[in-house]
Ligand binder design. Structure first.
Ligand SMILES: C[S@@+](CC[C@H](N)C(=O)[O-])C[C@H]1O[C@@H](n2cnc3c(N)ncnc32)[C@H](O)[C@@H]1O
Length: 227
């Protein structure tokens, strides 16, 4: 309970200092974490399946990371890409000594870098993202999606969330520049959802409630990296 409150306090502090990149007043619920990790949970017994490469983007205080870590097999690798140095320090501390994280500390690497600049020589089986896309300018959303599909392996699954109905609402209500930004963001995201979405989950037990989008490369996808 003490840790839960400490995480919520730190998250709220970061929300006040860095609203645009933190994107929310509270960490994700365990129900949202479970939905984001459902494709990973479905690939089978972590002890016997093939080793996997997993990328989590925007782990924050580790609300989703805790679930990912619980699903790691002995030879899996998890990369965490986090922009905010305060969250990076907190995550490294958890991976060094906190129950629920530390048992997998040797399989997890924290990278302090914006996703759009992150380079990796491996294609990921799973990309799990908490980036607040609806807060971003359109050119950043474009760069984020380019990075998602550059890093995702040919058979991989990208899972990310967005707060329910925010984009459709903010496209219609509010100041004109904000409506224009939201429409431009929607024009970037919509084609990905139309062509690459394999599933959408509705998570009501979260503040605010969220949609989880699961996407994969299409067969004709020119950006699908070689195995
Ligand atoms: C909505 S919070 C999600 C935190 C956590 N995944 C959760 O669900 O509780 C967004 C996170 O993305 C991080 N972030 C924002 N922009 C980023 C970027 N360009 N690259 C990497 N991380 C970023 C923020 O610092 C923050 O930790």
């Amino acid at each position: 309970m003490k840790q839960f409150l400490a995480d919520h306090f730190e998250f709220f502090r970061q929300f006040r200092q860095r609203f645009e990149t933190t994107g929310s007043i509270a960490p994700s619920s365990r129900f949202l974490a479970r939905a984001l990790c459902s494709p990973l949970a479905r690939v089978g017994n972590p002890a016997t399946r093939r080793p996997l490469r997993i990328l989590e983007v925007g782990p924050g205080t580790g609300a989703v990371t805790r679930k990912v870590v619980s699903l790691l097999g002995p030879n899996d690798r998890l990369d965490l890409v986090e922009l905010n140095p305060e969250f990076v320090t907190l995550l490294r501390g958890k991976l060094a000594s906190q129950p629920g994280f530390a048992h997998a500390g040797d399989r997890v690497l924290v990278h302090q870098v914006p996703l759009e600049e992150f380079q990796s020589d491996t294609a990921y089986d799973f990309v799990i993202s908490g980036l607040p896309l609806n807060n971003f300018p359109p050119d950043l959303v474009q760069k984020v999606f380019d990075a998602y599909f550059r890093l995702l392996g040919p058979e991989g699954t990208l899972s990310y969330f967005e707060y329910m109905a925010i984009r459709p609402l903010r496209k219609r209500i509010g100041p004109r520049p904000e409506r224009a930004r939201m429409s431009a963001v929607d024009a970037i995201i919509r084609p990905h959802l139309d062509t690459r979405r394999v599933r959408k989950d509705w998570v009501f037990v979260n503040f605010p409630p969220a949609w989880v989008q699961h996407l994969q490369h299409t067969a004709e996808d020119p950006s699908a990296p070689a195995s």
